[in-house]
Design a protein around this ligand. Structure first.
Ligand code: TXA
Ligand code: MG
Length: 347
């Protein structure tokens, strides 16, 4: 048990950095901000510390961690970068793109869950970069949530999941992106996205030509071998029962109102995760606006916080709107479909 210390980086940047580096050097697990979501980090080259990350999260042992770097030299020291990888890193790092590459021997199998590949990314966050650079240690970090829960987009979310279990949470304010990085596999025949993010297939294709999207991105896990170990498991789930409605906007809104009213008549407390385009239609039904459907990145940014609020307010039913699964809408649908356990209603 720890007395979890929370340091606000906007007020005490240097103090926070020093406390983080102290954890890295002592093999301790701590939480820090990135531009995507908060990470639960430790020195990637210390197997003991990596085991602690898995134990703290309750993470399945076959789901590898992402390793965060602060320089290209550090990336080269951990993995063999292909030409495509170098071009992508130059274009998108620091930023929300994880490149899965053949690992070098120095990367422990604890980090990669036994795989010969390692996922690398350079986060676009000053505190994260500075701690990695100053300690000269790569930082292994999954999202700082208990396995299965929505990823944390604020220090408060991390505190909800890990108070008393870790010594330090660095508070960098709300996450700018709000969904995890795009994960791109560069170890197979074709570059393949195994987890979509705000670096879209279109953006990646511009650099490397063609890019594939693993079918697991929008479908439930059917068992057997998979390129996307992270998508096998129950994910992003609120405690409430959740459904999603898809269809053309007018039909979708009507169907959502109908589902809401039927469930309410059953004495269920319902919440709609609405959009700017739909909230007026829902009238005085409980709803939160999570973004602008014309700009899916806005829905990505608030989805996890909305799911956690639905939990905090003990709703019984949460109703989500579907988006067309293109560009950043693909990242939203990947998370939202898992949040509703693929319970999708056609309007
Ligand atoms: O934005 C992010 O990526 C955040 C922040 C903290 O950087 N991290 C994050 O980590 O989301 P995590 O552990 O929650 O998700 C890592 C994902 C999982 O889906 C995992 O299966 C995949 O990356 N992954 C990591 N290494 C892999 C590998 N060698 N092969 C295939 N997938 C890999
Ligand atoms: Mg995660």
């Amino acid at each position: 048990m720890y007395e979890t210390r929370m340091i606000n980086l906007r007020e005490n940047f240097e103090e926070g950095i020093e406390a983080g580096i102290d954890c890295i050097q002592n093999g301790k697990v701590f939480a820090f901000p990135t531009e995507t979501v908060y990470g639960l980090g430790a020195d990637a080259l210390k197997p003991e510390a990596i085991r602690d990350i898995f134990a703290l999260k309750g993470r399945p042992g076959d789901n590898p961690l992402i390793v965060h770097v602060s320089s290209m030299d550090m990336a080269f020291s951990l993995a063999r970068l292909t030409k495509d990888a170098e071009r992508l890193a130059e274009m998108f790092w620091p930023g929300p793109l994880t490149l899965v590459l053949p690992k070098r021997d120095c990367v422990p199998y604890e980090v990669t869950a036994g795989l010969k590949s390692v996922g690398l990314r350079m986060p676009d966050n000053a505190a994260a970069l500075k701690m990695i650079d100053k300690s000269q240690r790569p930082l292994a970090a999954p999202s700082a949530n208990k396995s299965g829960r929505p990823s944390p987009t604020s220090a408060q979310h991390v505190y909800e999941d890990f108070a008393g279990e870790i010594p330090l949470i660095l508070d960098g304010g709300p996450s700018l992106v709000g969904v995890e990085s795009t994960v791109l596999l560069l170890t197979g025949e074709h570059p393949t996205i195994v987890r979509p993010g705000i670096i879209t297939p279109e953006m990646i294709a511009e650099v490397v030509g063609e890019v594939y999207v693993d079918e697991a991105v929008l479908t439930p896990f059917k068992g057997g071998a998979t390129l996307s170990p992270g998508l096998k498991y129950k994910h992003y789930a609120p405690k409430a029962h959740a459904i999603m409605v898809e269809g053309e906007l007018e039909a979708m809104k009507k169907r959502i109102a109908k589902e809401y009213d039927e469930r309410s008549a059953d004495n269920k407390r319902c919440l709609i995760l609405a959009s700017e385009q739909s909230s007026d239609f829902y009238g005085d039904r409980n709803c939160v606006i999570i973004g602008d459907r014309e700009n899916p990145i806005t829905l990505c940014r608030t989805l996890y916080d909305a799911l956690r609020q639905a939990d905090a307010q003990a709703y019984d039913e949460v109703i989500l709107e579907a988006l067309p699964p293109y560009a950043e809408g693909l990242a939203y649908m990947n998370r939202a479909l898992r949040a509703v356990a693929f319970e999708l209603i056609e309007a």
